[in-house]
Structure formats: structure tokens, C-alpha cells
Design a protein around this ligand. Structure first.
Ligand code: PHE
Length: 341
């Protein structure tokens, strides 16, 4: 019995020194003092087997052991609990010298970035901004723009018609030309950015909904030189001062003459690469001088006033500027993509 007391006593010292958390100390308590199978209660129950003449010594030794273990365990438990509380408290203290956590701001969509840049460039040239309606009538989207009812150019802009006649989803932002000229006597200078819709299959470059920007200006003595200078300024501002442009003859019912504008490829600077099919040029917009009949349709005398107009795809500009090969990337709203801008 006395041997066991000595052994347990020294084992306890080692175990106590090793236990440094509240949980480990609690395990220790159960091991030594637990009512079921605890070592100390087990020794006490063995006391009755001890021969009578040794009983007093054994009892004294056992009491001393129990008292020592209890008080040392309690003392260490209190110390560890105090240390843990202190550590927690220091965690909760606000360190005002730490740099502030940045708020988790969102990102501008690439198309929004391009739209805002365009709006800035044209606002600086005195243009006012007017997005115009997306649900439109045949008159504003087609007829007033010189698309007669059976005009073949209507087929190139495959249209979503609403159930309610004469409404449709606009196929281009040119509707804003008519609405602005109806409401304002010239001179007018307007930039219009917004969504347009065409019944196209989704491909790498096409989507049934996309974004256009339309600019137009009506004043006295406006000629194609003004158009060219305006576009050159715009392209250099948006794509870099080393960008070049060229005009090719084209056709739109609402402009005469009409042109398609190419700019030097932003990737190879005109040398020829895979993106520009080795031509060195990328098609970027359509433009022309506003057709006299369009001016007449909104009550403006083409003998007195003239103007130009141009239209381009904002999605396409974003794809070129940010080197995005697939238009779908712009509409999937994948955070891994959006967070890059
Ligand atoms: N509306 C034409 C299109 O969608 C672009 C354009 C606008 C052309 C203005 C000339 C003038 O293709």
C-alpha cells in the first residue's frame, strides 16, 4: 500500500507538469479523483484490506496524498484558467494601430467601364446623354429611319416583336436619333448608350441582347470631315493615341453616304495577327451623314441643316480593349472574371 502511494504520488507530479490546458487538467482530475475508477478513491477502498497495525500509517499517508494532489491540481487549474482568460482578453482588445480592413467593394462590369469612358469622351465634346427606350415602335426603330415597310435592310436586323402592336424591342440605338431630333431643334449633339435586341443565336461574337452606343450631331454646315475628325478623336482616346482609322463605303438606309470604320488592330498595331485575320484592321463601327429624308421625317429642313451619325457595339469594344474572346464571358457574371476589372 505505501509503495503504491509513493508511486502514484510521483506519477502525478509528472502528469501535472505535462498538463497545460484546462481540458488536460480535467482529464487528470477524472483519472485521479473520478468516482468511478479514480486512483485515489480506489486506494481508499483498499484501506479495509490493510492489516490493523498498519492501518493508521496507511490512512495518514493516503489522506496526505489526497490533500496534496487536490490542492496542487486546484492551484494549477486556477492558474491555467487565468492564463486562458488573459489570452482571450488580449484577442478581444481592439488594436487601433492596425491598418483598417478595406470594405469589400464590387467591380464595374467591363461594358460599364467602356460605356462610362465613351460618355466621358463625348460629354467633353459637348454631347448630352440620352439612353432612350428599349421598347420601341416600328416608326422610331425603322420607318422614320428610312426603312420602308418592305425594305430588305429590315431582314439584317431580325426583330423581336411584342404581342402588342406596334411595339418591338429596338434592334439598334438609332431610335434615339429620331426621338432627340423630334424633341430638340438643332443644333443637337447626343450620345445614346443602351441595350439592343436581335433574334440571333448565341455564338462567340453574337448574343440576342447586346449594347450599342450611338452618337449624332445636327448643325449648320456639317460635313463628312467633322464625322471623321470626331471618330478619330474618339478612337485615339479609347484605344490609344497610336490607333489609326480608315473608312470604307457601306450602306445604311438612314445615312448617305454611309461608311464602315476600321481601326488598326490593337494587338498587332497593324502588322497582322490571328485576331485581325492578318489584315491589321478591325471593324469597329458604322456611320454616315444623316439622310435628308430622315431629317425631313422629323421636320428638319435638310437645306438648312446637316448632320452625321455613328453606331458601335459596346460589348465588342470591351472585348477588344480587354482581350475577351467570347461575348458570353460578358454576360455570365462569373466573379472570377468580373473581379479582374
Ligand atoms: N444602327 C446601325 C447598326 O446597328 C449602326 C449605325 C448607326 C450606322 C448610325 C450608321 C449610323 O448597325
Amino acid at each position: 500500500m505505501l509503495d503504491d502511494i509513493t508511486r502514484i504520488s510521483s506519477e502525478f507530479d509528472a502528469a501535472l507538469a505535462a498538463a497545460n490546458t484546462a481540458a488536460a487538467l480535467d482529464e487528470l482530475r477524472v483519472h485521479y479523483f473520478g468516482r468511478k475508477g479514480g486512483l485515489i478513491p480506489a486506494l481508499f477502498s483498499r484501506l479495509k484490506e490493510v492489516p490493523k497495525e498498519q492501518k493508521k500509517d496507511a490512512g495518514d499517508a493516503l489522506n496526505k496524498l489526497r490533500d496534496r494532489l487536490e490542492s496542487e491540481l486546484k492551484e494549477k487549474q486556477e492558474r491555467v484558467a487565468a492564463e486562458e482568460a488573459k489570452r482571450k482578453e488580449s484577442r478581444d482588445i481592439i488594436d487601433v494601430t492596425l491598418p483598417a480592413r478595406l470594405p469589400n467593394l464590387g467591380h464595374l462590369h467591363p461594358v460599364t467601364i467602356i460605356r462610362r469612358e465613351m460618355e466621358t469622351i463625348f460629354s467633353e465634346m459637348g454631347y448630352s446623354l440620352d439612353p432612350g427606350p428599349e421598347v420601341e415602335t416600328d416608326w422610331y426603330n425603322f420607318e422614320a429611319l428610312n426603312f420602308t415597310p418592305d425594305h430588305p435592310a429590315r431582314d439584317t436586323q431580325d426583330t423581336f416583336f411584342l404581342d402588342v402592336e406596334p411595339y418591338l424591342l429596338r434592334t439598334h440605338t438609332s431610335n434615339v436619333q429620331i426621338r432627340s431630333m423630334e424633341n430638340h431643334t438643332p443644333p443637337v449633339k447626343v450620345l445614346s448608350c443602351g441595350r439592343v435586341y436581335r433574334r440571333d443565336e448565341i455564338t462567340m461574337r453574337r448574343s440576342p441582347m447586346f449594347h450599342q452606343a450611338e452618337g449624332f450631331l445636327v448643325d449648320k454646315g456639317i460635313h463628312i470631315g467633322h464625322l471623321r475628325a470626331t471618330l478619330e478623336h474618339f478612337i485615339k482616346r479609347l484605344f490609344g493615341a497610336d490607333s489609326k482609322m480608315r473608312m470604307r463605303p457601306s450602306f445604311f438606309p438612314f445615312t448617305e453616304p454611309s461608311a464602315e470604320v476600321d481601326m488598326s488592330c490593337v494587338f498587332c498595331k497593324g502588322a497582322g495577327c490571328g485576331t485581325c485575320s492578318q489584315t491589321g484592321w478591325m471593324e469597329i463601327l458604322g456611320c454616315g451623314m444623316i439622310h435628308p429624308q430622315v431629317l425631313r421625317n422629323v421636320g428638319i429642313d435638310p437645306e438648312e441643316w446637316s448632320g452625321f451619325a455613328f453606331g458601335l457595339g459596346l460589348d465588342r469594344c470591351a472585348m477588344i480593349k480587354f482581350d475577351i474572346p467570347n461575348i458570353r464571358t460578358l454576360f455570365e457574371n462569373d466573379l472570377r472574371v468580373l473581379q479582374q476589372f
